[in-house]
Design a protein around this ligand. Structure first.
Ligand code: ATP
Ligand code: MG
Ligand code: FE
Length: 345
């Protein structure tokens, strides 16, 4: 079974072909990605209308490229998958419209995928795929959640952020430090030259006794420090970046360990853009190594949004029999769609 997947929920257009044969983990044949980051940079954030229009320009050339590199033609595709939500309505509609048009033209069924399920299952695309059950730390630009994952479509929320997401905390702090947008990767690079102990920044909800997160106060603390430094900020920027990264990572690691304790599981999967963060990987590996807990990550290139994770999630849902692809000629998107509402059957 060949699944063509299309991602267009925000500012990345992604297309991929995944092949599922038998009960084995589906395999990525090829994927292609266009990031709109350069286009949105001038505005300091994603401009929804520009995003939708760019998805329209990119999606078909990307699909042609992926098909060529997959060694297959459009009629070989068995199912067309697309990101149904959550995300920007206009951007989602581009991927959904193209997927359903392809499905109708080819006479093939289509399947709408939950974007976060895509992130969640993206480590199955790695050379070291996990096995169920596991704890998942989902850390992206819009979400920060700890989940217990017992199988495809079987997700129990253990805790989540009550305000900003971890990626948002990276991006907003980076913006305060003048590092552009999205500044997470830039802040992380600068942090490598700084001293994480140079400033004392808050670790909100660290001892709250539950598995929830809060990052909004951290950004205010960074702003306060930056103001206090005034003209001296430039010389201490790397230190402040390092302290910010350390505060975020510290909370993510400690809550992940608490989630492992609460669930009694010995395996954790990290997914979403912040999963690319080197400090997070190093600290989590060290802490889990001491406990004999296995940690799985997506490939670095597949931490942020991509089409491969959407094709993969669709293939795994079909393989597990939790969903059937539909011959759809009408479709919808769900800009707001909590993962807990994703029915297993
Ligand atoms: P969502 O999936 O919740 O809708 P999103 O799709 O925008 O949000 P992702 O693409 O998964 O999120 O991740 C983007 C986020 O990851 C951004 O906030 C970005 O700053 C952050 N990020 C990417 N690389 C790194 C890194 N090395 N260190 C820290 N943050 C990073
Ligand atoms: Mg993005
Ligand atoms: Fe995402």
């Amino acid at each position: 079974m060949l699944v063509l997947g299309i991602e267009s929920s925000c500012d990345e257009t992604g297309v991929a072909v995944v092949e599922a044969t038998g009960p084995g983990v589906p395999v990525l044949r090829a994927h292609a990605l266009h990031s709109q980051v350069d286009m949105h940079q001038a505005y300091g954030g994603v401009v929804p209308e520009l995003a939708s229009r760019d998805h329209i320009r990119r999606v078909l050339p990307l699909a042609q490229d992926v098909l060529a590199r997959s060694g297959c033609a459009l009629p070989d595709i068995d199912v067309v998958a697309y990101t149904r939500g959550p995300g920007l309505a206009g951007a989602l509609l581009v991927g959904a419209g193209v997927a359903c048009a392809l499905g109708a033209a080819l006479g093939k069924p289509v399947l709408g995928v939950h974007h976060l399920e895509g992130h969640l299952l993206s480590p199955f695309l790695s050379r070291d795929p996990p096995e169920f059950p596991f704890v998942a730390l989902l850390v992206s630009g819009g979400h920060t959640q700890l989940m217990q994952v017992d199988g495809v479509g079987r997700y129990a929320l253990l805790g989540e952020t009550i305000d900003d997401a971890a990626g948002e905390a990276f991006d907003k702090s980076a913006k305060l430090l003048g590092l552009g947008y999205p500044g997470g990767p830039a802040l992380s690079r600068l942090a490598e030259q700084g001293d994480p102990e140079a400033f004392k920044l808050p670790r909100p909800l660290l001892h709250s006794g539950d598995l929830d997160f809060s990052f909004a106060g951290l950004k205010t603390a960074v702003l306060t420090q930056a103001k206090k430094l005034g003209d001296g900020l430039e010389a201490r920027k790397a230190d402040l970046a390092a302290a910010t990264e350390a505060a975020i990572v510290d909370v993510l690691v400690r809550k992940s360990l608490a989630a492992l304790d609460a669930s009694g599981l010995q395996r954790i999967v990290v997914a979403g853009g912040v999963g690319a963060n080197r400090r997070l990987r190093a600290q989590l590996d060290a802490a889990c190594g001491r406990r004999g807990v296995r940690v799985h990550y997506p490939e670095l290139a597949l931490c942020t949004d991509n089409g491969a994770m959407i094709a993969m999630a669709a293939a795994m849902r079909l393989q597990a029999g939790v969903q059937e692809a539909q011959p759809l000629y009408a479709f919808d998107v769900k800009p707001r769609w909590p993962l807990q509402e994703l029915a297993a059957a």
